[in-house]
Design a binder for this molecule. Structure first.
Ligand SMILES: CCCCCCCCCCCCC[C@H](O)CC(=O)SCCNC(=O)CCNC(=O)[C@H](O)C(C)(C)COP(=O)(O)OP(=O)(O)OC[C@H]1O[C@@H](n2cnc3c(N)ncnc32)[C@H](O)[C@@H]1OP(=O)(O)O
Length: 718
């Protein structure tokens, strides 16, 4: 709703009231319409100020309404009526003016903002475009190039930048509503002719066609198949080429194509999913709202390889004091050079400053005696990690939280090496750790709720999306990835090429297909794990060469490593590169010959494999493992898995994440395809639909937000 009152004698003050962000729900829109009518009809009122309660102007349209039957007054005529008013209307912006919130402000005659406010049109991130006049008014106000940038990226700008761009008339450090009311009094009676943005023309540009061609190329390149950025360019083009009324028609038309699209549904689901992962819970009953995090002011990182350096940088960037420990002198020396330059680059990019002395370096673990939290990031070797945890348990304060950055080793086993296993959790960062948004917080059997809460909160402070998951081999993300990789290898055995598989996945929206990604991260990483697990034995011949523990196994990755093909770092992998460290993947005839010979040796007759099979085999098996993870209580809900895959593994956000994708495709279809592939490949047990997936189908395939009702954590790990 909206509150209306008259202040300072002649100013009608309209306050939007819909906590927490004053979203423009039906009742808020009705409140605005009624209040504006009252203000314009009251002769004592000479000007109007619109603001939001609790220091937030408006977070835009109410996204939750989009999935329902829309009611209440529509936004577009509401904003037109404000702009057409014959009394000056001033927007008093505090906190945020986003989406429909900024569009409302653009309909006002003046915009005054607090210096700390953020403004933007982020609709594109929700699969939409600013359809309450935003695509037509903003280019008329600030010019086409700047408007294109804001609308196609959805980025939020500071008040200072908004002032510079010409979105704002004034920025204040003081009480914004008071300043706006005074301003409203000062402009009473002035002509509004030059203040109605819809009457402006866009500033002329010399070569409009090439500007829009370039913009289209840019968004298509970055969008990975997302349709909203393309529609945004088309709508801004209408602003630049058509009269306002026709531009508004075009905006409406384009919005109509987006509004009910699967991509809009996926992106809006993901908006709420990101927020849901913060409300974590564990099968033992620990929860985000009942677990108190401990304060962490000083942290330590043990091991300054690639991961350790990234974690050190991320901790320092979060304002913590960091002790960085590396026992190998050469590695320590290199880290002492690398970390400051990483910090410097980060500061330049983010426009921030870093206290240079926030990091101290040491060659001994004794230096961590007084820290509140340690993150171990040594080489992925259980014996080494055991030793580190034993040492930490002796050196650290008794209440220090001990975290491991292991990507797959048993957190419970590491906890058992310490005196306080309840203070041990996994903090699984993704490389590069100072850049990637994802953090898996892995709770063990004995991790205390406070330990989980502390790691989750620290992740948030580091700007990460922290997702709480249970302890199992590979946790959630890598466990699912393993199945995806296996299928990709099997497809090669059956006749596919890396190029074909990668193309299918990239056209689906992944930034890189599985083989290009594997070349980038290094084939030797998985090889080492498989060797440790006793799987990578290429001396086996005949049928046993391709079977491990009764299940189908592909030794292709192991064989490539034996040929010294570790990916980009060696200049050869699934593709060839111009030199070791080269980035541009080229098809490699050697690899194709190698695959032909391999198939011939194992009596495999290559067949034609299409993109649909690639997607179904790779993605449905990954999704199936996701259901298994939910069934076991390793992840609390589908949103957790989706956040992990979008933020950590490049799953295209406009497809919502693997679990949302399963919901979109239809659970029955996923089951049917898995069953068919399992029939064709009975020695791949992971193709068998998981119990939860079958139960959901038996329950009538409820929509994703109802899955939690069906999930029973019967096989909880805790
Ligand atoms: C043939 C058919 C034709 C159909 C045509 C239909 C035409 C329809 C006409 C539509 C006109 C278009 C109008 C407009 O252009 C569209 C929009 O405005 S879309 C919304 C754009 N706004 C945003 O994207 C902003 C989203 N919010 C944020 O970025 C942040 O929340 C914030 C505002 C910066 C605040 O951040 P924080 O303080 O960190 O708080 P949280 O993010 O945790 O949020 C708190 C809480 O609020 C919920 N929430 C936030 N914004 C909205 C919103 N806009 N609607 C609903 N709910 C919102 C958020 O989810 C949190 O709640 P929780 O999920 O934790 O329960």
């Amino acid at each position: 709703m909206a509150q209306y009152r008259r202040v300072s004698g002649s100013v009608g003050l309209i306050t939007l009231q819909n906590p927490p962000v004053n979203a423009l729900s039906a009742s808020v829109r009705q409140g605005i319409v009624d209040s504006v009518k009252r203000a314009l009809g009251d002769q004592k009122v000479k000007s109007v100020v619109i603001c939001g309660q609790n220091g937030v102007f408006c977070g835009g349209a109410d996204i939750r309404e989009f999935g329902r039957q829309m009611s209440g007054p529509p936004l577009v005529p509401m904003i037109h009526d404000i702009e057409a008013a014959n009394k000056p209307v001033v927007a008093a912006i505090e906190g945020s003016a986003l989406g429909g919130g900024l569009e409302l402000a653009l309909g006002c005659h003046y915009r005054i903002s607090h210096s700390k406010a953020k403004l933007g049109l982020p609709e594109v991130t929700l699969g939409l475009l600013p359809a309450a006049g935003g695509t037509q008014r903003l280019p008329r106000l600030i010019g086409v190039p700047a408007a294109l940038n804001l609308i196609t990226t959805g980025r939020h700008v500071t008040a200072a930048e908004a002032l510079q761009l010409g979105i704002l008339d004034h920025v204040t450090e003081h009480n914004t509503v008071d300043v706006a009311v005074k301003f409203a009094l000062s402009v009473t009676g002035e002509s509004l002719d030059g203040r109605r943005i819809s009457s402006f023309s866009c500033a002329p540009l010399s070569d409009l066609d090439s500007l829009f061609e370039e913009a289209m190329l840019k968004v298509r390149g970055a969008a990975r198949g997302a349709i909203a950025p393309v529609a945004c360019v088309q709508a801004v083009r209408a602003a630049a080429t058509l009269p306002y009324a026709q531009g508004m028609e075009r905006e409406k038309e384009l919005m109509a194509t987006l509004f009910h699209s699967g991509q809009a549904r996926a992106l809006q689901y993901f908006f709420f999913a990101q927020r849901a992962v913060g409300r974590w819970s564990t099968p033992s009953g620990a929860r985000w709202d009942t677990s108190q995090p401990r304060p962490v002011r000083k942290a330590a990182v043990i091991g300054l390889g690639t991961m350790g350096r990234g974690i050190t940088v991320a901790l320092a960037q979060a304002g913590l004091s960091v002790v960085a420990v590396e026992t190998h002198a050469k590695q320590l020396m290199e880290a002492k050079k690398a970390v400051p330059s990483m910090l410097k680059r980060g500061a330049v990019r983010g426009g921030t400053t870093i206290e240079p002395d926030s990091i101290t370096y040491s060659e001994t673990v004794q230096a961590v005696a007084d820290v509140d939290l340690v993150i171990e990031a040594v080489f992925e070797d259980m014996a080494l990690k055991e030793k580190v945890f034993q040492q930490l348990s002796i050196v650290c304060k008794p209440d220090t939280l001990l975290c491991t950055n292991t990507s797959s080793l048993d957190v419970d086993h590491l906890a058992s090496q310490t005196r306080h296993p309840e203070l041990v959790v996994g903090m699984h960062f993704f490389a590069p750790a100072h850049v990637m948004k994802l953090l898996e917080v892995v709770y063990g059997r004995r991790s205390s709720p406070a330990a989980v809460a502390t790691a989750m909160q620290l992740g948030k402070k580091m700007g990460k999306v922290s997702v709480a998951v249970g302890n199992c081999r590979g946790f959630a993300g890598n466990r699912m990835l393993k199945r995806y990789l296996e299928q990709a290898f099997f497809l090669l055995e059956e006749g596919a090429t890396p190029e074909l598989v990668d193309r299918a996945l990239e056209e689906f929206g992944f930034p890189m297909g599985v083989f290009r990604m594997s070349d980038l991260s290094g084939l030797d990483v998985g090889w080492r794990v498989r060797k440790a697990d006793g799987l990578a034995d290429t001396s086996l011949t005949g049928t046993s060469a391709r079977v491990r523990q009764g299940c189908r196994y592909s030794p292709l990755g192991d064989l490539l490593c034996e040929h010294g093909r570790f990916g980009q770092k060696t200049g050869r992998g699934w593709y060839q590169y111009d030199k070791p460290g080269g980035r541009v993947a080229k098809s490699d005839p050697w690899l194709h010959n190698f695959l032909d010979e391999y198939r011939a040796r194992h009596g495999l007759v290559p067949r034609c494999i299409d993109q649909q099979e690639v997607l179904e085999r790779c993605l449905f098996v990954l999704i199936n493992e996701g259901f298994q993870i939910l069934e076991e209580g390793i992840a609390a809900g589908p949103e957790d898995i989706d956040a992990i895959y979008v933020f950590g593994y490049g799953w295209p956000r406009h497809r919502g994440g693997p679990m949302f994708y399963a919901d979109m495709v239809g659970l029955e279809r996923v089951v049917e395809r898995l069953e068919r592939y399992h029939q064709a490949h009975p020695n791949v047990p992971y193709l068998q639909p998981s119990g939860l997936l079958r139960r959901l189908v038996a329950n009538g395939s409820p929509p994703i937000h109802k899955w939690r009702n069906v999930i029973k954590n019967r096989n909880s790990q805790l």
